[in-house]
Design a protein around this ligand. Structure first.
Ligand SMILES: N[C@@H](CCC(=O)N[C@@H](CSS)C(=O)NCC(=O)O)C(=O)O
Ligand SMILES: [Fe+2]
Length: 238
């Protein structure tokens, strides 16, 4: 039998901010060097732009999965350094951005295409981004590894989140890799198949899920009062 090797044209870097346990993803087209960054953190912008430079990438979009409550986005700061880089946000987020994506919209960079799916529930504007050819998905806080985003502030709604994850993420092929916006347990990646089997919240019925989410009793994120207003204006307040 012959083994068919396919060369991936995706440049992929998962970056981590220890202070807020946030993952940032740098994605680039190997052929054209066009690149995007998903969920950059303000305090890590220098690190991230150094990497962009070292890899010879041309950063054209700074994308957020949602209006974050726990850290200030780096997109506004990135735009100051790279004026050709446009900020991107979900259409229902209520935040300021250069470009808004609604359910089903596609964003292209170089020879790569990313689909945006609206996955509300953690916030109204939460988006999940999918590169079908590469079989990778960026779930933001809608789906975390063996967990999910909380639903007790911003426009949180457990039932909505449950429906979003089941209809827009669990409907994808089971081998698709899922990359969340945070991890608090030292995990870095999961798959659709794994979460459908082992997610302790989302494998339950919708009523059980709502019960679980109503009783998480989590402390509010330490930086919520600074982060939400800042992120509504791309991280930079005039
Ligand atoms: N302790 C952290 C905040 C932790 C937190 O609330 N995380 C959010 C995602 S950031 S909006 C969440 O949805 N967590 C779900 C969970 O089950 O942990 C801080 O102070 O920043
Ligand atoms: Fe969040």
């Amino acid at each position: 039998p012959t083994l068919k090797m396919t060369k991936s044209n995706l440049i992929f870097r998962q970056l981590f901010d220890k202070d807020t346990s946030t993952y940032t993803y740098l994605l680039g087209c190997a052929e054209t060097k066009a690149a995007i960054i998903i969920d950059p953190v303000l305090e890590c912008v220098e690190r991230d732009l150094k990497l962009v430079n070292e890899l010879g990438l041309n950063l054209i979009y700074g994308v957020n999965t949602h209006v974050h409550a726990d850290h200030v986005t780096g997109t506004g700061q990135i735009k100051k350094t790279l004026p050709n880089c446009k900020s991107v946000l979900g259409a229902n987020s209520g935040g300021k951005a250069d470009l808004y994506l609604k359910d089903g919209d596609k964003l292209s960079f170089g020879n790569l295409t990313m689909e945006s799916r609206s996955t509300p529930g953690h916030t109204d504007g939460c988006s999940t981004y999918i590169l079908h050819d590469q079989r990778v998905v960026f779930t933001g806080d809608a789906l975390l590894i063996r967990g999910c985003g909380r639903t007790d502030f911003q426009q949180g709604c457990a039932k909505t989140l449950y429906n979003s994850v089941h209809s827009k993420i669990f409907s994808l092929p089971s081998d698709y890799k899922l990359y969340p916006a945070h991890d608090y347990k030292g995990m870095s990646v999961t798959t659709v198949g794994e979460e459908k089997l082992y997610n302790p919240r989302l494998t339950k019925t919708v009523d059980e899920f709502v019960q679980i989410m109503d009783n998480l009793n989590l402390a509010y994120p330490k930086r919520i009062d600074v982060s939400v207003p800042a992120n509504l204006v791309c991280g930079i307040q005039d």
